[in-house]
Design a binder for this molecule. Structure first.
Ligand code: PLP
Length: 430
């Protein structure tokens, strides 16, 4: 009898069936399972530039980019070379290393609000830690978040959260203590008056938001909205936290705070900052950050935090982004994609494209999407059919209508034109 190795010979479907026996839902992060668009997720074998290749031999133009980190594209030669070189000298020491200093200096010089930074291993950890610091600094417990904004899976944030929680329709997860959830006050995004009212009526530790929402699909801030939040939080003695895990180093070298010229107290970062390896960070003025251990009493630690491998991958990535040239190219490419998706004549009726730089979402709706309510009103069943048609045509989109599509520096005009062509056909089919 010949032996059969399913890991080598099976299809994506076969691998998923095997994975479902030993991984929860066959995946390690819920949206990857394609439950909201239907169909079965391809198992990715490798990535190169703007492309990913699955185990079934299909090639796709990738607009997921590992959900945001891969702004340089897959397997960028400089990033790969740095990782290989660094790994050969040891991947983690649990001791200070040069690479964390190098990345910290870059973050401090690029992000307007950050004088001091602490590295962690994920965006979730960054927001949980920033929240603890805000509560400690103010001596208050209640927080304000925006409906449909996602800040990772920390207990306090799983209240009307975006991203996977929204896609699955379980914004309030079982297992979150009701007493803790009661400390989170949810207001609609882009409604400054609602925040001002909460700040008048309650003692609030912090207001946390995605300055450009990306986890209910891309929803930019209304003109003047971020400025009003800045003013209101200052007046109320509440900490303003910009969760720039998605927008940091994505919409410009200094993130959304630079783009909209509003400086928050604390900033959380992730995704691009790790160059494809697991890194998160939070930072702010020295006076606030020095309340974190070992300088201050607010405890937060990490076994693999600041490991040289991840720090080096982040540092080489940020060094390629620092002069802003890539963002100028991404802006042009983004606008080409936006225009292409919009100018689809009659087939495009009932379709809305919202974009900031290289992050973009297509909503099947006539109306402007400016908060969770309008994002939910879009036709998400049609998005599911559209997603399947695009996948069939070799375009790998996020498997949910509540997510951002990401362009990378590895995408070219020819990629964009192929996406637009597939889009036209997909609209006709769906
Ligand atoms: C992705 C994301 C997070 C969570 O980051 P993880 O690394 O997945 O834990 C938090 N906030 C925002 C805005 C994000 O987009």
């Amino acid at each position: 009898m010949t032996s059969y190795d399913p890991m080598i010979h099976d299809s994506s479907r076969g691998l998923l069936a095997e994975a479902e026996k030993c991984l929860v839902g066959g995946v390690n992060s819920p949206v990857r399972a394609f439950r909201s668009v239907g169909g079965s997720p391809p198992f990715i074998d490798r990535g190169e530039g703007s492309r990913v290749f699955d185990v079934d031999g299909n090639e796709y133009i990738d607009l997921v980019g590992s959900w945001g980190p891969l702004i340089l594209g897959h397997a960028h030669p400089a990033v790969v070379e740095t990782i290989v070189k660094t790994a050969g000298r040891g991947t983690s020491f649990g001791a200070p290393c040069r690479q964390e200093l190098e990345l910290a200096r870059m973050v401090v010089s690029l992000v307007p609000s950050v004088e001091k930074v602490r590295f962690v291993c994920s965006g979730t950890e960054a927001t949980m830690s920033a929240l603890r610091l805000a509560r400690a600094a103010t001596g208050r417990t209640k927080i304000v978040k925006m409906a449909g904004h996602y800040h990772g899976h920390g207990d306090s944030f799983l209240v009307s959260a975006g991203s996977g929680a929204l896609t699955l329709g379980t914004p309030d997860s079982p297992g979150v203590p009701p007493g803790l959830a009661a400390e989170t006050i949810v207001v609609p995004f882009n409604d400054a008056a609602a925040v001002e009212q909460v700040l008048r009526e309650h003692e609030i530790a912090c207001v946390i938001l995605e300055p450009i929402a990306g986890n209910m699909g891309v929803v930019p801030p209304a003109p003047g909205y971020l400025q009003r939040l800045r003013g209101a939080t200052l007046a109320a003695g509440a900490v303003l936290i910009f969760d720039e895990v998605m927008t940091g180093f994505r919409v410009g070298p200094g993130g959304a705070q630079e783009r909209y010229d509003v400086v928050p107290d604390l900033t959380t970062m992730g995704k691009v900052i790790g160059g494809g390896l697991p890194v998160g960070a939070y930072g702010g003025p020295a006076a606030l950050m020095d309340q974190v251990a070992p300088s201050g009493p607010v405890y937060q630690a990490g076994t693999l935090a600041g490991n040289p491998l991840a720090m080096a991958a982040g540092a080489v990535t940020l060094s390629l982004l620092a002069d802003g040239e890539i963002f100028e190219r991404l802006e042009l490419l983004g606008s080409r994609l936006e225009d292409g998706l919009k100018t689809t004549a009659s087939a495009g009726a009932g379709l809305r494209v919202q974009r900031v730089g290289s992050m973009l979402t297509l909503f099947f709706t006539e109306d402007e999407v400016n908060n969770l309510e309008s994002a939910t009103a879009a036709d998400h069943e049609r998005f599911g059919r559209y997603h399947a048609a695009m996948l069939q045509a070799g375009i790998y989109l996020p498997p949910s209508g509540y997510e951002a599509w990401f362009l990378s520096a590895a995408h070219g005009e020819a990629d964009v034109d192929r996406i637009v062509e597939a889009h036209r056909k997909a609209l006709d089919q769906t």
